[in-house]
Design a binder for this molecule. Structure first.
Ligand SMILES: Cc1cn([C@H]2C[C@H](O)[C@@H](COP(=O)(O)OP(=O)(O)OP(=O)(O)O)O2)c(=O)[nH]c1=O
Length: 503
């Protein structure tokens, strides 16, 4: 009898064979191809990374160019680790590491990201819970898992991409469902498992599968049962997760330097003031979020790292990281404004290449079980640098009032779209878009099959299914499609067909 390869097992075929339609002979390579050939993958070119690609053209990353970078970085990390025989043996003992698996996970990790990025995610979550009483709400990572296991279609059975267990597990950054007890089995709550600040009592802030995909999650993790605890990422998921952090920590800064938003003076002042007064800052009993003194926000970050990540936070490493970011980001890159010259492009390319190499070279394998990290993670020095880079982006870009204004509009857009599609399913389901009806049928079947104890008491299954279908439908649109669809549904356009949405 043929040997069964648990990591390569598909739900349709436990032996991990590739099937007609796959060009690649290796099952993991075939998975990588299945993801990159998916329409859900192509769609990411029209989805916000930080701001909408429709407004920013080619200047900024979108979720597609981001995903390509994550795949590239993830593969480079794995290549480096596997080149060392000792590390390779450690990775084998921890469940295995394959180049195609980590690349596939990098390409696929954002397939479920809704229009308008993080803003879309939080609005859909709120509406899913409040309007439709869906206890699972919405979460981008869980939606990714739903896309690859249920919604995307490939082959005659037409449910999901039918990926191998290793690739599905590598997509599970948070290997639990929203209300699962699994994260509480760890000595302290893993990253992402605490409740969201704005929605207490709703379960974990981050999770990688809805209850409807729990059976699939458990199946994917079977080959790793004896090597990593249930709440911990597989090493391949940790590589994808770290590559995600590295990629956006760097490219988000590049992007906003290019568009002239990240300014030398303000960034340098914040970093320099903290460096000049770090001892005085540390001696203060309280520093509050509203403190407008230059350096105070960075001091808050230092305190937050100690409070949340005491296992790694270190003042000397933090100080060194601030100095390095001041020199290499503020002075070497931002001091000369981006003017689209070849020299300016070269400076951006050098910044990106140097930092990517430095961070990739800072990846270590750690056998210790650490709830807030994976077995593959950044060394302390580079971990602090990533925290400071992300701080600069959060403080000088994400907290800008013009971004907030834009997001209020997007919040309204998505809310109105949810309402309009829900009403359509109630009023005239027979002429609603085919795909919306299919999603409604799929969700209805799933809720019918789910054990009653996994559903809220007295739940109306039709409302739950309508909610899940509307959310799935919206989460599979690009930013422009969402806007165009609402225009049409609100009677604000006379155009019957245009290329921004296809029903
Ligand atoms: C928190 C936040 C992030 N972003 C951007 C910055 C990054 O480019 C990107 C990071 O988001 P994600 O790639 O979704 O990453 P994450 O690692 O923070 O979360 P998860 O583990 O759920 O995947 O989104 C915003 O634009 N607005 C926000 O409010």
């Amino acid at each position: 009898m043929e040997e069964v390869q648990p990591r390569a097992a598909r739900r349709s075929d436990r032996t991990g064979h590739t099937v007609p339609g796959d060009l690649a002979a290796s099952p993991f390579r075939a998975d990588r191809d299945r993801i990159s050939a998916s329409a859900f993958f192509a769609r990411l070119g029209g989805v916000t990374q930080v701001v909408s690609p429709s407004g920013s053209g080619l200047l900024l990353h979108n979720r597609l160019t981001h995903s390509l970078k994550v795949a590239q970085v993830a593969r480079a990390i794995a290549e480096r680790l596997l080149a060392d025989p000792v590390t390779r043996a450690e990775l084998d003992e921890l469940g295995g590491c394959d180049l195609d698996v980590v690349e596939a996970a990098g390409l696929g990790h954002d397939l479920g990201h809704p229009p308008f990025g993080h803003l879309g995610e939080s609005v859909l979550d709120r509406l899913a819970r409040e309007r439709f009483a869906l206890p699972d709400g919405f979460e981008g990572n869980a939606q990714t898992y739903r896309v690859v296991t249920r919604i995307d279609v490939r082959g005659v059975e037409g449910k999901g991409l039918d990926l191998t267990a290793a690739v599905r597990s590598a997509l599970l950054k948070y290997p639990w469902t929203r209300n699962s007890p699994v994260p509480r089995q760890a000595a302290e709550l893993p990253r992402g498992a605490s409740e969201p600040v704005g929605a207490p009592g709703t379960g974990a802030a981050k999770f990688s599968a809805y209850s409807t995909e729990l059976d699939d999650l458990l199946d994917a993790r079977l080959p790793f049962e004896k090597v990593v605890p249930d709440w911990q990422q597989t090493v391949e998921a940790s590589i994808m997760d770290t590559a995600d952090d590295i990629a956006y920590a760097i490219h988000d800064l590049e992007d906003f330097h290019r568009v002239g938003i990240l300014q030398f003076t303000s960034v340098h002042h914040e970093l320099q003031e903290w460096l000049g007064h770090s001892v005085e800052f540390a001696a203060e009993e309280h520093v509050t979020a509203g403190d407008s003194r230059p350096g105070a926000s960075l001091e808050l970050l230092r305190r937050r790292l100690h409070a949340k990540d005491g296992w790694i936070a270190d003042d000397e490493a933090f100080n060194d990281a601030v100095k390095k970011v001041r020199t290499e980001l503020a002075v070497d890159l931002l001091e000369v404004p981006f003017d689209r010259s070849q020299q300016a492009e070269q400076a951006v390319a050098r910044f990106s290449a140097d930092w990517t190499r430095r961070l990739v070279e800072g990846i270590r394998v750690d056998r210790a079980v650490q709830p807030r990290s994976g077995h593959v993670a950044l060394a302390p020095e580079q971990w602090h640098e990533v925290q400071v880079l992300k701080f600069v982006h959060r403080h000088f870009v994400l907290q800008r009032p013009d971004l907030a204004l834009h997001q209020r509009g997007q919040d309204r857009l998505i809310s109105n779209l949810v309402e309009a599609l829900d009403e359509w399913l109630i009023d005239e389901v027979e002429v609603a878009p085919h795909r919306l009806r299919d999603l409604f049928g799929l969700a209805r079947e799933e809720f019918d099959e789910l054990p009653r104890e996994m559903l809220p008491e007295g739940a109306d299954l039709t409302t739950l299914a309508r909610g899940r279908a509307v959310i799935d439908f919206i989460a599979s649109l690009t930013d422009d499609q969402a806007a165009a669809l609402l225009e049409a549904l609100s009677g604000r356009t006379t155009q019957l067909w245009n290329d921004t949405f296809v029903l």
